[in-house]
Structure formats: C-alpha cells, structure tokens
Design a protein around this ligand. Structure first.
Ligand code: ATP
Ligand code: MG
Length: 590
C-alpha cells in the first residue's frame, strides 16, 4: 500500500533518549536500568512507590509539580512531589492503623481524581497490593473483581459506593474496610477517607521490599473473553522507567499526558508510575473524550509528550484538520499510541494535522510495559508496531493450518524469514513480566511454549526487523486458504473517505471456510446507502482481491471495550446469534 517511511533528521536522532538503537540493544542490560533508580535506602530492596515519589521528595525535585489535575472548568490542582510524599505517607499509615498487612489487597473504584493517585502510591509504599477498577463498571463487574482479587480495602466515592457496592456488599465478606472520598457524612458501613487521613501522621518509612513481592493486580481488557487478573511485582518499576525513557522519550523536564484511565494497565504503568519515576510533571484530565477540550489541554498545558490510543486518534481525525490548526500545539514534541493497531493513515495524519507523527507501540496487561515500539530517534514506518525495546527479545512462532504451534521435542519452531507470519512471542526475563494469573495457574501455564511466552497475537517481521500486527489469533479469518488479519482489511477500508472506523469478522461459509464481513461506521456527512455499500465492496475488491469483504454492514455504534478496542468477538456473536459472553468491559453505546 506504499506508505513512505517517516525519516528522522540527524538532529532528531541525536536529541533522542535512545539515540543509537542498534548499539543500545546490544549493550543494554536490565541491571543497568536498575542503576537508573535509587532502590530503598540501605539496600532494603526495591519499591515502586518509593521510586515514583519518595526519592524525588527527598531530593531536588521536592517542589516540582508531580501531578496537575485539571478540573471541570479552569480549576487546576497541583501536587508537588513533596506534597505527594506526605499524602501517600498518610495513606500508608492509614492502612497500618486499619490493621492491613503487607500483601493485603487494596482496590480503587474512583475517577481520575487525587484520591486515586494517593491510594495507588500509598498502597505500593505500604507494600500492600493495588488493584484499580474502572469507575464506570456496574455492580456485577465490580463484585466479580473484588471477589476474585480478595479485596480487603476499597477506596471509592459515596455515589459509586451507593450505586455499585452497597447492593453487593453482602457478597463480599472479605472486604473489611470501605473508605469514601468527600466531605459529606459517609454512607453506613463506610469510613470517611479524609477524616481518617487527618488522624494519622504524614511521615512514613517504606518498609524493606523484596523486588519479587506482588505489587499490582491488573485485570485485562476482556476483548477476547473473560478478563484475567495479571499479577505484577515491585521489580516491574525497572521496566516501567526504562521503557518510558526509550519508547516515550520521556525526561524530567516534560509535561506528560497519558489519556488512559488507571482502570487499564496503560493508565497505571504510564499514567501513574513511569512518568513519576522519571520526575516529570503529569497532567490528569478527569473528563471523557472531547475533541475541543483535548486540543485545548495540549495547547494550554504545553504538553510535550502525549500517550494516547487509536480510537481517540480516529475520533479526532473525524473532526478534520481545521480544528487542531486553531490551537497552538508547538510544545508537543512526541506522540505515542497503544492498545489497538494504529492505522498508517493515523500516523501520517498526526504529522500533517498535529505537527508530529504518531509512534505506535505494542504491549499487553501481561507484559506490564512497552515491548515493541517506534522511537523518537528512529525512522518510523507507518503501520508498523516498531522494534523490540532494548532488553526485550521478541520472536515469531510457526503455526500450522489449525493454529497449533509447530514443535520439535518441546521447542517451538520460530519463523526466521522476513514477512512470514507467526505468533508473536517474547523471551521472559524483563522485569515487568507478569508472574501469574490470579487463581488460574492452568491458564498461566498455557501461555508458555518452551522458553517462549505466547502473546496470542499474530504478526510478521520485515527484513529490517520491524514488526507488523496481523491480528489476534482468535480474530484471524481463514478464507479459501488465505489467512486474513482483520486489521489489514479495516485499515484499507479506512482509507476510503466515508469510513470512520471498521470492524471485520469471519463468517462461516460452506465453500470458503469463512468469508469476510465488515461493519463500518461512517464519517460525518456520509449516509448509509446501498450505493455506498456497493462502492465500498468495490473499493475493497480492487485493493484486496480475494480477501476483500464479501459483505458490508453499516453500524454507527461499533462495540468497543471501555479501554477503546473494537470488540470483534461481539460483532461475531451477534452476527451468528451466539451467546455474547462476558460483557463487563463493554462500553455502553451513547
Ligand atoms: P483480553 O486479554 O482480556 O482479551 P486484551 O488483550 O484486549 O483483553 P489488554 O492487555 O488491554 O487486554 O490488551 C493487549 C492487546 O491489545 C494485545 O495483545 C494486542 O492484541 C492489542 N494491542 C495492544 N497494542 C497494540 C498495537 N500497538 N497494535 C496492535 N494491537 C495492539
Ligand atoms: Mg489479552
């Protein structure tokens, strides 16, 4: 499809944190990255909360703004590293006073407000386990996760408590304490967070922390089925920090904005931990997507590094190029995206409309940090996910026609030629690799083949080592002997001016095995007519030949997960009249 690479100038290369990819990949060790952090005083181990907050609070960055919370209107609340240390100290002391022991599970069900960040970092400093829930979850998804995660403490708002938790509280005998935000008298059965925090000291010493101690419990997005609870340990902070420097080009002078909610792993690894370990200033917007507000945030907050997601970018693209032209985006120096395949179209749009190309990167809840990425100092191939982060070894495993790995004596065969697809796999050993799925050892064991961790995604690698996403193994379509990744078809359809977004599935077919069906949402100004349907079918056929969609349906409300991914399994279940499965993470349609 011929997208030109986006070349980086010699000056851009030299200025990047990762100035020489090839050499760093050769020489870099995780041991070295450990040295970029402080470690607990007197060799007492490694603690995420200490690295994110305390080490800056005792040093020169004490008075630098760590978090800047944007309010509804123009109101802004700033919290310095020093202040964040005191607040998280109080939270850790509060856990002590409630009798919570190291390893106890502390959940949050909060919007992006200060209490969420204090809960997360205070819990980590205390050496309890933090697990964030997305504040828009209904009572059932909340109950599921609190039960499965053995929640002892929950921090939430009075409103969320009444609507989501009170109705199910009787099902949660292990939940000992519910702390609620706000000034009003707390609902029956809960404690006022602020009053409790006021009653404890603002000094606290992080206890010795074994780097292998469990720190975070993160539920996956539920795109392919029931969400799994991934277990992460304190050592993960080494990878959070190093990957933010390499893949997000992040530095302490940056104003950083990660648009992901901490209810998803991106919003924790890069929306709380990594930028603070770097000592940057992070902005937090409590609101949902709003094109004008987002552009205003970038301009007015002088955001320098922005980490967002393909769905958001596609929504911004729908508004066209004139809108961003009205804002001063001159501070912006680096944009990255994760969560779903990023269409080449969007990468190039970024350069044209925002003044910066979008750098795609790939990772999962399980991997804890960015694994494959494009970089500030490297040429960018629109449509490619990039190359492995230094310290990460990636590979592709051969699969047979039925999707089974090809094995020799328990060792999977790898794909060694360029441009041949295989299952994307990683060699465990990086610090933020998950250590298990909570209460599901069999599922965890099934993720490994020989020395490889299987990601469940299919990809290919070009001759220069860039990885290209094909699809999730579960979503891939087999039609008349071809293996079709829905992403390729979706990306192509998006090149048509009428198409805002597409979701592509395989439909059983007696002759071909499966045929491709595309669900399409249209850009403003286009109407869902039969003529347009025929035009799109022809457009697909001319460009894709035999793998083109045989059916096109219009759907202005494609189902998405709350973390912004097209839920193809739901499109398919609905199409085939099959059970819809776990819908706890489905974004309700507007
Ligand atoms: P579940 O595992 O519950 O089905 P999920 O896989 O969507 O949900 P996450 O861990 O949030 O849960 O998402 C990781 C997945 O998202 C990856 O395995 C991949 O399929 C997709 N993904 C993430 N980043 C990219 C990217 N840059 N390009 C393509 N796909 C991506
Ligand atoms: Mg997954």
């Amino acid at each position: 499809m011929g997208w030109e690479p986006i070349r980086k100038s010699a000056a851009e290369r030299a200025a990047a944190n990762l100035a020489d990819y090839a050499q760093t990949r050769r020489d870099f060790t995780w041991e070295q990255a450990r040295g970029w952090l402080s470690g607990l005083p007197e060799g007492a181990g490694l603690n995420i909360g200490y690295e994110a907050v305390d080490r800056h609070a005792v040093g020169e960055r004490r008075d630098v703004v760590a978090l800047r919370f944007l309010g509804r209107g123009d109101a802004v609340t700033e919290v310095t590293y020093g202040e964040l240390a005191r607040r998280t100290n109080r939270f850790a002391n509060l856990l002590d006073s409630l009798g919570v022991r190291s390893g106890g599970r502390v959940f949050s069900l909060l919007g992006r407000e200060p209490a969420l960040y204090v809960t997360a970092l205070g819990t980590l400093k205390h050496t309890s386990v933090f697990s964030p829930l997305f504040s828009a979850f209904g009572p059932q998804p909340v109950r599921e996760r609190l039960v499965r995660g053995d929640a002892q403490v929950l921090v939430t708002t009075p409103g969320l408590y009444r609507s989501r938790v009170a109705p199910i509280r009787d099902d949660l005998p292990q939940l000992r304490h519910v702390l609620v935000t706000g000034d009003d008298p707390p609902p029956a059965g809960t404690i006022s967070l602020d009053a409790a925090l006021a009653g404890v000291e603002d000094t606290f010493t992080v206890p010795p922390t074994d780097p292998e101690q469990m720190a975070l419990l993160h539920f996956t997005s539920g795109t392919t089925g029931k969400p799994k609870g991934a277990v992460h340990v304190h050592e993960a902070v080494v990878a959070h920090h190093a990957s933010a420097r390499f893949a997000l080009d992040l530095r302490e002078s940056d104003v950083f904005w990660c648009t992901a909610d901490p209810g998803w792993v991106t919003g924790t690894s890069y929306g709380i931990i990594a930028p603070l370990t770097v000592g940057a200033t992070m902005i937090v917007d409590p609101g949902e997507f709003d094109a004008r507000r987002w552009y205003a945030n970038l301009a007015e907050q002088r955001v320098t590094v922005w980490y967002t997601a393909p769905t958001a970018l596609r929504m911004l693209m729908r508004y066209g190029d004139d809108l961003p032209a009205r804002y001063d985006l001159s501070a912006l120096r680096y944009i990255a995206s994760v969560g779903e395949p990023l269409n080449a179209e969007a990468v190039v749009w970024g350069q044209r409309a925002l003044g910066q190309p979008i750098h795609d990167n790939w990772w999962q809840t399980e991997t804890g940090s960015i694994m494959i990425s494009n970089y500030a100092g490297m040429d960018l191939r629109p449509g490619a996910m990039g190359t492995p982060v230094p310290g990460v070894e990636a590979g592709l495993l051969q699969r047979d026609a039925d999707g089974r790995l090809r094995m020799d004596d328990g060792v999977p065969r790898t794909v060694d030629e360029p441009d041949v697809e295989g299952e994307l796999a990683l060699r465990p050993g990086w610090p933020s690799m998950f250590r298990g799925y909570l209460h599901d050892e069999a599922r965890y064991a099934a993720c490994f083949a020989g020395d490889w961790y299987r990601t469940g995604d299919l990809a290919r690698r070009d001759v220069d080592g860039y990885y290209w996403f094909i699809g999730r193994a579960d979503d891939v379509i087999t039609s008349a002997g071809h293996l079709i990744g829905p992403f390729e078809v979706e990306s192509l359809l998006m090149e048509h001016p009428a198409v805002a977004e597409a979701g592509v599935i395989g439909k059983p077919d007696p002759v071909a095995g499966e045929v491709v069906k595309a669900f399409i949402s249209l850009r403003d100004g286009y109407e869902a007519t039969d003529d347009l349907r025929l035009e799109l079918l022809g457009f697909g056929r001319r460009r894709l030949g035999s793998v083109a969609p045989k059916e096109v349906a219009f759907d202005q409300q494609l189902p998405h997960t709350r973390s912004g991914k097209v839920m193809r399994r739901l499109l398919k279940a609905r199409e085939l009249g099959l059970p819809e499965g776990d819908l706890s993470t489905l974004e309700p349609s507007a």
